[in-house]
Write a protein that binds this ligand. Structure first.
Ligand code: ZN
Length: 249
């Protein structure tokens, strides 16, 4: 019982795609790495299992040593504005850009390289969760109280994990499902490393995901948003692969 309570508390505190979402994105990215990237990532980590390291940046949040990293998981694009930098709230875009440049430069020691690498894998995933690109008004949907199949929750959590978990796929199954029927040309077309452009797409879909009626979300909300959620996971995987392929040429 005690263990159950601890698990429940921990999952409430987690921000960002839940574990499954990050692992789905990691798996899709891993499958779309170039041989050069694969080789250099293996040298760094001893493997290329991106799903295994995709949640590290959330796990370290309990370590005060990493308190300064809490605002690296999201960014803000104010209503009616373009992206105006981290001053609006959250450093996700800035950090991915900075860490990508650092890895390209190749001057970091191995431990720092590994940390920076794991942050990139995670933050790129977060930037595809539409509510990690907030509007600056409701803490990325955390203040929007809703019910998910009659349980009290908030819109942020629905998008982090509750809608994904509802599908009852393992992360490897989901990664396969989402890529089903894609040709090599389809995949190639999605390999975009431009961080700002995919953050803007996350922000632009708010119009759809905030349509919550009386806040009692269940089958109808899934029916209307499943395709979008899976598109965000798919693009997250390909965009992450594109960034890593660009770093490790
Ligand atoms: Zn996160």
């Amino acid at each position: 019982m005690r263990q159950l309570i601890i698990i429940m508390l921990t999952s409430t505190l987690l921000l960002g795609w839940g574990k499954t979402g990050h692992r789905v994105i990691g798996t899709i990215a891993e499958e779309n790495l170039t041989p050069e990237a694969r080789e250099q990532i293996t040298q760094l980590m001893g493997h290329t299992d991106l799903a295994r390291v995709a949640n590290w940046a959330d796990e370290i949040k309990s370590d005060p040593k990493w308190d300064h990293s809490h605002d690296w998981h999201y960014c803000t694009i104010l209503e009616g504005h373009d992206y105006e930098g981290p001053e609006a709230g959250g450093r996700a875009i800035q950090k991915v850009t900075e860490f990508t440049a650092l890895l390209k430069k190749g001057t970091l020691g191995k431990k720092d390289q590994l940390d920076v690498f794991r942050f990139i894998v995670h933050i790129v995933g977060d930037l595809h969760q539409p509510l990690h690109v907030g509007s600056g008004t409701d803490r990325g949907g955390n203040d929007v109280k809703v019910k998910w199949f009659w349980d009290e929750t908030n819109l942020h959590r629905v998008w982090d994990s509750q809608m994904i978990d509802h599908m009852q796929y393992s992360y490897t199954e989901y990664a396969q499902q989402i890529q089903l029927g894609m040709s090599a040309a389809d995949k190639l077309a999605l390999l975009n490393p431009d961080v700002l452009s995919f953050a803007k797409v996350s922000r632009s879909v708010h119009e759809q995901i905030y349509v919550i009626g009386d806040g009692e979300l269940s089958w109808e909300y899934i029916y209307k948003n499943r395709e979008l959620m899976e598109d965000r996971l798919l693009k997250g995987g390909f965009h992450l692969a594109a960034i890593l392929n660009d770093i490790y040429k």
